[in-house]
Ligand binder design. Structure first.
Ligand code: ATP
Ligand SMILES: Nc1ccn([C@H]2C[C@H](O)[C@@H](COP(=O)(O)O)O2)c(=O)n1
Length: 203
């Protein structure tokens, strides 16, 4: 069984997916972390983030570890995870995610993982796992998402809201909900409330 949980930036995808996966006793995979890892490696190498031929050679030893408690991304024996949610990576990741060659690489990593699993991102229900039987799409207003994210970042709420809105704009192409996804506005719900909504639907 595959459950897909897509949604806009900072809508709660990874927290919700982790909770759902732990309740089901299956792994979850965060596709955004792979796009973030490509971005980090590109920035560290001084590569042009719009040039797939400069990025693909950096990826031969990149591996996603789909732990239910929180995914980790490795480059050989170096754990990249702690550096993936920085403002620097946020600023470049949409450029990288727009490259078809990089999307193909990410999709191949995800499709190689054995089911059952919970997959989260933007196009899990539309493109990567279109035949998944259970699909969800999380939304919340930019202000609500910025207020939540401000607890994890040094920037103030208006700056975070502006950056989220810009990233939503840049990611529009791959971020449409699947026609058969259940759309959940997480604004009025607690994190546990969103997890319970999905688990009730699955039951
Ligand atoms: N329903 C909720 N109520 C309150 N806080 C929430 C809720 N859902 C998520 N959060 C909090 O919002 C923040 C962003 O959540 P999370 O990182 O899971 O989002 P995301 O969609 O995976 O983000 P990104 O797109 O940047 O990877 C976290 O601090 C999380 O704990
Ligand atoms: N399936 C996916 C997952 C992610 N992206 C892009 C869009 C985001 O800006 C970036 C980081 O993802 P996040 O950590 O916010 O989930 O990666 C995508 O295009 N497709």
């Amino acid at each position: 069984m595959i459950v897909t949980i897509d949604g806009v930036a900072a809508s709660g995808k990874s927290s919700v997916s982790s909770g759902v996966a732990q309740a089901l006793g299956v792994p979850y995979v965060s596709s955004g972390l792979l796009y973030r890892a490509v971005t980090l490696l590109g920035l560290n190498a001084g590569a042009d983030l719009a040039d797939p031929s400069a990025l693909l050679p950096l990826l031969s030893a990149v591996r996603l570890e789909p732990l239910a408690s929180g995914n980790r991304v490795w480059n050989a024996d170096h754990d990249l995870t702690a550096d993936l949610h920085s403002t620097r990576v946020d600023g470049g990741v949409s450029t990288v995610a727009a490259l078809p060659e990089i999307r193909e690489w990410v999709d191949a990593q995800l499709r190689a993982l054995p089911a059952p699993l919970v997959a989260e991102g933007r196009d899990m229900g539309t493109n990567v796992f279109p035949h998944a039987p259970h699909k969800f799409y999380l939304t919340a207003s930019p202000r609500v998402r910025a207020e939540r994210r401000a607890r994890e970042r040094p920037e103030d709420i208006p700056a975070i809201e502006a950056a989220l809105t810009e990233r939503d704009r840049q990611d529009t192409t791959q971020s449409a909900p699947a026609p058969d996804a259940r759309i959940i506005d997480t604004g009025p719900l607690t994190l546990q409330g969103v997890i319970d909504t999905i688990l009730n639907d699955l039951r």
